[in-house]
Design a protein around this ligand. Sequence first.
Ligand code: PMP
Length: 312
Amino acid sequence: MSLQPITNDDNKPCFFQDNFVPLKDANVNIRTHALQYGTACFGGIRAYWNQDKQNLFVFRLQEHYQRLKNSAHILHMRLPYSVEELTNITVELLRKGEWKQNVYLRPILYKSDLGLSPRVHSGQDSFAIYAIGLDDYLDTQKGLSTSVSSWTRISDNSIPTRAKVTGGYINSALAKSEAAQNNCDEAICLNREGYVSEGSAENIFLVQRGTLVTPDVSSDILEGITRRSLIEMAKDENIPLIERKVARTEIYVSDEAFFCGTGVQVAWIKSVDGRIIGNGQMGEVTRKIQNLFFDTVKGNNPRYTHWLTPVF
Ligand code: PMP
């Protein structure tokens, strides 16, 4: 399964070359540096339509743009707008598109010049953002079958994992395809040290005797905004949580496991490498976190409304 739009969005507006144009007209030259060398950084943001409130809520918009700014900083790239300007552009894009359904937003800062030679410190950078209608990326209810990937997660010292770099996603793609070809829903990637890092495009949490355990920020993970939000929620709910190195076989003997991320949302893991996790059902802690998450992103949890940007 891949991120397939649920509607035909070709005529919806896209922010491209400092203007709003129909998505179908936002195209780049074949020589574009980012296309040739993977020199771009991007984001993935969700907005949820609330039918009762007749409003669209964007989840942690400023935090996503702060991460994009950090990615640009790591890559010596220039983001031509401030976080506040990016927030305003995004809201305008959604208003112009009259989006009244769940939406996935993809901002991208890409090296747009046509020069040869891989480098990041010079050449022109451009920014674009598009939106597509999107519901679930992976099934959040069925229990995912997963396998540990034979592909080692890229390390922060090769392609910075803290930055969301397009070129780094060849690693995700290899892991995901291998998992799919082995009839699994998703891959779990180990880092160069052999510790658990994350899924192909999502962070991972385990539950061990009532405590949430997740790989720490030096485990070559992308520091997920969903991950950070769940950590805050767990604290608010007095659920004990540890960020630390996690060994592969810890997953096998955990009581529960789940993925989290903008695309995957919160999806529970049923098996890893042919071993059933816990009792093979969605666990209590996972269910609690998942319910909190969905209530929050849809705008039904007053405790976290400051995480949402209403569009209408
Ligand atoms: N890790 C990777 C490699 C990802 O691509 C994503 C999705 N952006 C995540 C983790 C989860 O991050 P977030 O919660 O910010 O979407």
